[in-house]
Design a protein around this ligand. Structure first.
Ligand code: SF4
Length: 383
């Protein structure tokens, strides 16, 4: 039986293809383009996209693998900041496309360059700390008595913010290496220095706590309020006020309910979840960590997972000997990841095949150069 996908409007053109026809056309183009095409799929993509992905992974792993590939066309089935990172890390001869240009990330949008620059200027002025931009060797550990403000941005941020961080002696982190990156940043900040972490307050807070920094030594930055000087003086980490709308849905009642019905259930959550959820879980880690945790759990386990639903459903299907379920029974998929529909993938592939630079993501050269510095610093850090 042929299933009909809902009609999909792409730039005014309506595609009305059966699901079977849509997938056949994608497969045929993939075959014709061969090694000239690489399709990347983030773990949070729907199955009908993942089935066409040559590589599946988290944002950083995918960008790194893309740069190592020979393909001249890279189609990133994920969100905007991921395609930007792939463009920054890719070679000049490679072109990166995003099937739907509207697929952004609400967390990445919570911090823009102007806001971060304002925050930075205010913090430098209020704290009297050194801007690493003015140090001769930005990457060298702080000397005795030197106190700096070091910026750290999560991978989930715009290329402009990664460039800002690169220019100010800072570094990018992912959810899998945040602790190692924070150690590096504190070594550059010095014993009396501070780290400005953006845009995800929860990853910053959870990482700081795991490193032994108490919450009283963290300050939440709110751009619409003047900072309290006393709290700022005491703070070791200044956290931007961003969050992920998907991971913020998880709460401790969901964990309690699961443990009431299944006392032996294991709980693993992503560090973008709130502090109390992380504290109540058995384990916390990146999407790659969650994948390994589920794979290594004993056969017969029930595992409650605090992350995006498409990934959780796939983990359940991949491990029929285990019961893998989302902690939030009502959780929706990430609405922006969900904007990558097979119709958009087909559209972009057809245009690439006809020689068009379809939905190409190009980071301006100067921005890319500074962002590359911040990404390279991250790569040099062993977690
Ligand atoms: S899951 Fe959260 S952080 Fe990831 S793309 Fe969606 S909104 Fe952004």
């Amino acid at each position: 039986m042929t299933l009909s996908l809902p009609m999909c409007d792409i730039d005014g053109q309506t595609l009305d293809l059966s699901e079977e026809e849509l997938h056949q056309r994608i497969d045929a183009i993939k075959k014709r383009l061969g090694k000239d095409l690489l399709i990347l799929g983030h773990h949070y993509q729907r199955d009908s996209i993942v089935q066409h992905a040559d590589l599946l992974g988290d944002s950083f792993l995918l960008s790194k693998l893309a740069s190592e590939s020979e393909a001249s066309n890279i189609v990133f089935c994920g969100v905007h900041f991921m395609a930007e990172s792939a463009d920054i890390l890719s070679r000049e001869s490679q072109r990166v496309s995003l099937p739907n240009l509207r697929a952004g990330c609400s967390m990445a949008d919570m911090a823009n360059l102007e806001q971060v620059e304002d925050c930075w200027e205010e913090l430098i002025a209020e704290s009297g700390l050194v801007d690493p931009k003015n140090r001769i060797d930005q990457s060298a550990p702080a000397k005795d008595g030197e106190a700096c403000l070091v910026p750290v941005t999560y991978m989930n941020s715009s290329a402009e913010l990664k460039a800002f961080v690169g220019e100010h002696g800072g570094v990018v982190c992912t959810s899998s290496n945040a602790a190692g990156v924070m150690d590096w940043a504190f070594e550059r900040a010095g014993a009396e220095g501070k780290v400005l972490f953006f845009p995800d307050q929860h990853l910053g807070r959870n990482t700081g706590l795991a490193m032994g920094i108490p919450e009283e030594k963290m300050m939440l930055w709110n751009p619409s309020e003047s900072p309290d000087t006393e709290i700022l003086n005491e703070a070791r980490i200044i956290l931007w006020h961003g969050y992920c709308s998907v991971h913020r849905r998880f709460n401790t009642s969901q964990i309690e309910e699961l443990r009431e019905s299944e006392p032996d259930a294991l709980v693993v959550v992503h560090p973008e979840c709130r502090r109390e959820v992380v504290d109540a879980a058995d384990a916390v880690g990146s999407t790659e960590f969650i994948r390994r945790y589920v794979a290594e759990a004993p056969s017969g386990s029930t595992i409650g997972v605090g992350t995006e639903i498409n990934m959780v459903k796939r983990l359940d299907a991949d491990h029929p000997d285990k019961k893998v379920q989302c902690l939030d029974p009502l959780v929706c998929p990430c609405s922006t990841m969900y904007m990558i529909h097979p119709s958009y993938l087909l559209d972009v592939l057809q245009r690439i095949e006809s020689g068009e630079e379809a939905n190409r993501i190009v980071v301006p050269v100067e921005t890319a150069a500074s962002a590359h510095i911040a990404l390279s610093r991250m790569l040099s850090i062993i977690n």
